[in-house]
Design a protein around this ligand. Structure first.
Ligand code: FES
Ligand SMILES: [Fe+2]
Length: 489
């Protein structure tokens, strides 16, 4: 579908979106009544729209895509469990605009689009995996750093890492260094981790910087609360020096149930708006009160970060590749939900004892953490925050995992394991057994994903169809294609 688009002409955009929405929703009459959206949608973009059809409310958002002046438009039906993205290209005056439409469906099963993400009526089409070049190309990785990692919410740490004023931690958003600190006023702020003089990285690791951050190279000093440049050694020796313009470069920071996320894009939608009711679902785990009890630290694996993410996003391989999970999971009840910017997985555990001694012991000793009820004892839940953070919610602990590209074919894994501050011997035992099971699963996954990385290099290979159980892989692929713009088409 190619639609015309004139920047600033809301009427044409409305027509285009109305028609696209009608086609996607399979409506007999694609001419939907569409009006400007309420303020919270327009905050996303002034062209945000609202449509009603057959009593259903459909929201349409729009956001800037990248520096080249592309525009991404999003449509979504609100508060429904399934979501579908489709990308299309709008051309106007020689400029290509990438239009990303999200169609939310009643169930988690997605309904399709035509080839290359162009909407072609309401005929269901299979979700498509990404083609091999997405995992093998330096150009794609470069584009991802610019349009995915520089615009999305990147996990940086836990509020407990910054317990009082002057504490800081360092993180990266893709390949971009960031520092997060708690200022004198108690607020948590984020800045780019770079000195405005000659570009030295300012802080490493985590710790306490008191009231000021002093660059180790020539000693420029910044206020640790608001990032102002305070002092420059031998400042009379500069022909030009406007200290008011040389404060630390700000980044955004938000918390999700006690987890800190940073974003380099001043215009990106808030994390809260991206994650809907995820914070509510996490609340019972009291994540902000949990403490780090072990840290796998950083590991790495020989595969593109998206293969690692996609492996996480589907349970289809569990019966074949993870015998321990098959002994623990009630696999038939394994399910998932897809939302705009996050996905949710539920793996209810079996009532019957595992045939493995250590797993059986885990089943016996595990108790729900404070805040959880008996209904949370027998289920492992998993949340995925697009594009690269996972939150594993087990009755005895929460594990956060961030997958960061460290090269086209290398992924750096950043881990955090959190549990209640006071842990009795049984809780410790359950956590050790849990770690034992999940380390084994992780080794199996690393091996599986590495095999895919090797296999997709085969000339002539194109991805096969995705199973319904791999719906989240198609969801992820659609998001990546849409975020990459031209490189993704
Ligand atoms: S690079 Fe930081 S003071 Fe020179
Ligand atoms: Fe797996």
């Amino acid at each position: 579908m190619i639609v015309d688009y004139v920047q600033g002409d809301a009427r044409l955009v409305r027509l285009a979106l109305g028609s696209a929405l009608g086609q996607l929703a399979g409506l007999a009459d694609p001419a939907l009544p569409i009006a400007p959206a309420p303020a919270q949608h327009q905050a996303l973009h002034p062209l945000a729209l609202l449509a009603h059809s057959a009593g259903r409310r459909l929201a349409a958002g729009a956001q800037r895509s990248d520096r080249a002046g592309e525009l991404v438009l999003g449509l979504r039906r609100e508060r429904q469990p399934g979501v579908f993205f489709v990308g299309t290209v709008v051309r106007h005056a020689g400029v290509r605009y990438h239009v990303m439409m999200h169609l939310t469906t009643k169930s988690a099963s997605v309904r399709g689009s035509g080839e290359n993400g162009h909407a072609e009526g309401a005929a269901p089409a299979a979700p498509r995996a990404l083609s091999p070049r997405f995992y093998l190309s330096a150009e794609v990785l470069q584009r991802e750093l610019e349009t995915v990692f520089s615009r999305t919410w990147q996990y940086a740490g836990h509020v407990g890492d910054l317990p009082d004023a002057g504490r800081y931690l360092t993180a990266t958003a893709g390949d971009q260094p960031v520092l997060v600190l708690r200022g004198d006023d108690g607020e948590i702020r984020a800045f780019r981790n770079v000195c405005r003089h000659r570009g030295s990285q300012l802080l490493t690791g985590s710790g306490r910087c008191k009231k000021a951050i002093r660059c180790r190279y020539h000693g420029w000093t910044y206020n640790a609360t608001d990032g102002r440049l305070l002092g420059v050694p031998e400042h009379r020796g500069y022909a030009e020096l406007d200290k008011s313009k040389l404060g630390l470069m700000p980044a955004r920071v938000e918390t999700l149930a006690g987890l800190l996320f940073v974003n380099l894009d001043p215009d990106a939608p808030s994390l809260a708006s991206q994650t809907g009711d995820l914070a509510e679902r996490l609340e019972r785990y009291r994540l902000s009160e949990l403490v780090r009890f072990s840290d796998f630290g950083e590991t790495s694996q020989p595969a593109n970060w998206k293969l690692v993410a996609e492996n996480y996003l589907e349970g289809y391989h569990v019966p074949i590749a993870h015998p321990s999970l098959m002994r623990l999971y009630d696999y038939k009840r394994y399910g998932f939900e897809l939302h705009d910017g996050w996905a949710w997985f539920e793996a209810p555990l079996r009532d019957s004892p595992s045939g493995n001694r250590l797993e059986r012991l885990y089943q016996r000793v595990v108790r729900p953490m404070p805040g959880l009820g008996p209904e949370d004892r027998n289920v492992w839940r998993y949340a995925f925050v697009y594009p690269n953070t996972t939150i594993d919610l087990h009755p005895d602990q929460v594990t956060v995992w961030q997958m960061v590209p460290a090269g086209v074919e290398v992924t750096k894994d950043i881990w955090g394991c959190f549990g209640p501050e006071r842990r009795g011997p049984l809780t410790r035992l359950a956590q050790r057994l849990n770690t034992h099971v999940n380390s084994g699963v992780l080794d199996e996954d690393i091996d599986l994903v590495a095999a895919v990385q090797r296999g997709i290099k085969t000339h002539g290979y194109e991805p096969g169809p995705l199973a319904a159980k791999e719906g989240a892989v198609g969801w992820f692929a659609d998001r990546i294609r849409a975020d990459l713009g031209e490189v993704g088409t």
